[in-house]
Design a binder for this molecule. Structure first.
Ligand code: NAD
Length: 271
């Protein structure tokens, strides 16, 4: 689906990749509803989008709260007159500990946002999208949704669930006007640890602790790849060389791929 002239809702629009999606979609002539749990984040996105303010609405909502999500279509249609697409980008990571040491509350929180948040958005908006001449659902999974990352087991499980649900939705909606795309970012340079409520070390602390330094893709480039995939009606897209490489390796040699990631991550692991 082409972005120009469409109304697209972006979850996680208050930070990181979601914010860049909002800005780039506006630059392409779309109308955008930015959704986020962070009011400050939304305010900053709106400030950065000031030149296109007339085509932007912001909505403070928790996607894990089904009732709050179910109130969104009416607010978006009131602001823009229609809704043609959703990009489910909001997400959180888990504390870097093994499953054995991970609290149930952390497990539930990750599943509630990353899995149930996407389910709420899809179930709520799909009836509206089916009414449009052309519509699109883009769900952001992760490299961790096909590759086992120790210390992010539950995060990975939530993203694997998003992957499979999205791929099956693609099939279910084949004979409709709604196209579906799943995205697998590798490491992206955002503040996702801090925004997930974790005590993220500063770059200097990380270096001191001997934690591995990862090459990251910028959130701007991530947003560009996501919008390009939507506009090409792609079934799937990876972001970054890391995701592209591990995508291939994890299918050809799954155990080897798991061992490579374990070696990289073990110094970060607690529990
Ligand atoms: P980010 O923290 O910069 O942005 C995420 C946004 O989602 C934040 O503004 C946050 O407030 C919002 N959010 C969190 N919980 C929410 C909730 N319950 N309801 C509404 N909004 C909520 O993170 P990011 O790096 O831009 O990540 C975006 C997506 O990309 C996530 O789904 C993430 O899992 C995925 N991803 C990120 C990376 C990475 O390395 N950063 C890698 C792979 C996948």
């Amino acid at each position: 689906m082409q972005a120009n002239g469409k109304t697209i809702a972006v979850t996680g629009g208050g930070n990181g990749i979601g914010r860049e999606l909002v800005l780039q979609l506006l630059a392409k002539g779309a109308r955008v509803a930015a959704l986020d749990i962070s009011e400050d984040g939304l305010a900053e996105t709106a400030r950065l989008a000031a030149a296109d303010a007339e085509r932007l609405s912001t909505h403070n909502a928790n996607i894990a709260d089904r009732t709050a999500v179910e109130a969104l279509p009416a607010a978006i249609i009131e602001a823009h007159g229609q809704i043609d697409g959703i990009i489910n980008c909001a997400g959180i990571i888990q504390p870097f500990v093994k499953v054995n040491a991970l609290e149930y509350s952390a497990i539930e929180r990750v599943m509630n946002v990353n899995f149930w948040g996407v389910v709420h958005m899809v179930k709520t908006f799909l009836p509206h999208l089916l009414e449009r001449p052309s519509a699109h659902i883009v769900n952001i999974s992760s490299m961790g949704g096909f590759l086992p990352v120790p210390g992010q087991s539950i995060y990975g499980a939530s993203k694997a669930a998003v992957k499979l649900m999205t791929e099956a939705l693609h099939s279910e909606l084949t004979d409709t006007n709604v196209r579906v795309t799943v995205i697998f970012p590798g490491a992206i340079g955002t503040d996702i640890s801090k925004n997930s409520g974790l005590d993220a070390p500063t770059a200097a602390e990380a270096k001191e602790s001997g934690a591995p330094e990862f090459k990251t893709t910028s959130p701007q480039e991530a947003a560009r790849v996501i919008i390009d995939a939507m506009e090409r009606d792609a079934f799937r897209a990876t972001i970054g060389k890391d995701a592209a490489l591990m995508d291939r390796l994890s299918r050809l040699m799954p155990e080897r791929a798991a061992a490579i990631i374990y070696k990289q991550m073990r110094s970060l692991l607690a529990g």
